[in-house]
Write a protein that binds this ligand. Structure first.
Ligand SMILES: Nc1ncnc2c1ncn2[C@@H]1O[C@H](COP(=O)(O)OP(=O)(O)OP(=O)(O)O)[C@@H](O)[C@H]1O
Length: 292
């Protein structure tokens, strides 16, 4: 699948969200799309899936069967889970029996008879994943698939991705949580500055120009920029969720191989969320457990 000179904006005089994107995705590719909030990741995924048409440019050789799991699965439909998935199976030309194995793998068997509108966020998310997988996809696009999943399903997802790729499918995943970070051969794509860039292994996103740092950001900037951890709103101070401690005694700074290393002390419960947020902001963040 090839993207040539692909550009997109939401309205005629609106700014370009993506401009002149060129990208080759050969069969068997597993790609993780990263980028800051609002960079254009979901837009890119919708363009890849074909649910949004490019303003300019072309997408060639898109595999015929596309599975697309959006970030937020729309639950405003008057179906139970099983009725909805059976209907989707018929639409995709596969028998209704195709639903059962996915319901089992994704931990959905207990809520198959629940109306879509009554589902929890995580359960609705699973329905979104299941409908994308019902017919074996040649192109599987998942927007933040790890978000809100229970541990068992989180562990199952990389196996599902491998199966699709092993069958020659292309998998593109937008992922703030770096759920595939350890996968050998992972293609990492950064959406930044209105285009898409291939990241080399270990390479982080370019520093956020809003931070104002030329190379490594200063420690104070890390705290200033990393404090809000919810991605729901852009207004600092209104965000919910865990926060980095602003207490300067809770951090230590050293320089290793020319890079500034900043240690941040957080509660164990918050470590995962803090790490994910820092990664989303372009920092090479790792958890180091320590009992105090
Ligand atoms: N339907 C829409 N109409 C107009 N502008 C939109 C629409 N959807 C997204 N945008 C804008 O396009 C830009 C890219 O949005 P997009 O949702 O693709 O970013 P993202 O990288 O997926 O963000 P996030 O990480 O917060 O999910 C943003 O400036 C956003 O405000």
């Amino acid at each position: 699948m090839r993207l040539a000179n692909l550009s997109f904006r939401y309205a005629r005089r609106a700014p370009w969200v993506l401009h002149d994107v060129r990208l080759d995705l050969p069969p068997g590719t597993v790609a993780e799309v990263t980028g800051r909030n609002g960079a254009g990741k979901s837009t890119l995924l919708r363009l890849l899936a074909g649910t949004t048409r490019p303003t300019r440019g072309t997408i060639a050789d898109r595999p015929p069967i596309v599975g697309y799991a959006p970030e937020i699965f729309p639950v405003g439909q008057p179906f139970t889970v099983i009725a909805y998935l059976s209907h989707m199976a018929a639409v995709r030309g596969v028998p209704a029996s195709a639903v059962t194995p996915w319901a089992e793998r994704l931990g959905m068997t207990t809520f198959l008879d629940v109306p879509l509108g009554d589902l929890s966020k995580g359960s609705a998310h699973k329905v979104g994943l299941a409908q994308a997988l019902l017919a074996p996809p040649g192109l599987l696009i998942m927007d933040e698939p790890f978000s809100g999943l229970d541990a068992e399903t989180r562990a199952e997802l990389p196996r599902i991705i491998e199966e699709v790729a092993a069958a020659g499918g292309i998998v593109v995943v937008s992922d703030h949580q770096s759920g595939l970070a350890d996968r050998p051969g992972l293609t990492r794509l950064a959406v930044e500055h209105n285009t898409v860039r291939l990241l080399s292994p270990g390479e982080a996103l370019a520093p956020d120009p809003h931070i104002g740092a030329s190379e490594a950001p200063a420690a104070d900037d890390v705290f200033a920029e990393s404090t809000p951890l919810s991605s729901d709103t852009d207004a600092p101070g209104e965000r919910a969720g865990p926060r980095l401690s602003p207490d300067p005694t809770d951090r230590a700074e050293t320089v290793v191989s020319g890079k500034t290393v900043i240690e941040v002390l957080v509660d164990g419960d918050e470590a995962e969320a803090v790490t994910q947020k820092l990664r989303a902001d372009g920092y090479d963040a790792h958890i180091r457990g320590e009992r105090l």
